[in-house]
Design a protein around this ligand. Structure first.
Ligand SMILES: NC(=O)c1ccc[n+]([C@@H]2O[C@H](COP(=O)([O-])OP(=O)(O)OC[C@H]3O[C@@H](n4cnc5c(N)ncnc54)[C@H](OP(=O)(O)O)[C@@H]3O)[C@@H](O)[C@H]2O)c1
Length: 149
């Protein structure tokens, strides 16, 4: 079934984000492929979408930075005009933020909140404004951190 919808998936250059992108592409969803530093991997995701008959474009942003998030959604608005699906999936390497309570520094703590909680809040606010006919917002997280991090 071809849906003809539009999605933004943060962190879709590789890993779980890329797998979600390919799955949605199989259903005809066009995708804004977000990456942070690895443009080559993001391009590879785009090729894989095209093999599925979908299309998309690349968008770079540090999701810890509110200005980058604004720029990313401006690009989505320019290219797609609307959004149906937003998947907040990007995450820095664990060592940037994930440490035991007695080891974690304030810089790690802020990196954790800025890159995930804040990124999800700001992304949701921006995405909802582009969801003219309703849509889906999905947060991917690391469940063990709820118990141990
Ligand atoms: N892997 C697991 O076992 C597992 C289990 C449960 C949940 N999860 C969750 O699933 C999500 C994806 O995990 P993954 O293992 O697939 O990730 P991954 O392979 O390490 O990929 C991380 C992605 O996030 C991007 N990224 C890194 N730092 C960023 C930053 N500061 N700003 C914007 N984007 C940034 C990377 O972009 P570049 O490619 O450009 O660097 C890449 O696309 C995460 O939220 C994670 O918590 C993972």
């Amino acid at each position: 079934m071809k849906l003809g919808k539009h999605a933004l998936i943060t962190g879709s250059s590789r890993g779980i984000g890329r797998a979600i992108a390919i799955k949605l592409a199989k259903h005809g969803v066009n995708i804004a492929i977000h990456y942070y530093k690895n443009e080559e991997a993001a391009n590879d995701t785009l090729l894989k979408l095209r093999e599925q008959g979908a299309d998309g474009f690349l968008v770079q942003a540090d999701v810890s930075n509110p200005e980058d998030i604004s720029r990313m959604f401006n690009q989505v608005q320019d290219k797609f005009g609307k959004l149906d699906i937003f998947v907040s999936n990007a995450r820095p390497d664990m060592s940037a933020f994930y440490h035991s309570p007695m080891e974690i520094t304030l810089d790690h703590w802020r990196a954790a909140l800025d890159s995930q909680a804040q990124a999800f809040l700001l992304g949701t606010q921006k995405a909802a404004r582009l969801m003219l006919d309703g849509g889906r917002i999905i947060a991917i997280t690391y469940s063990p951190s709820g118990r141990t991090g």
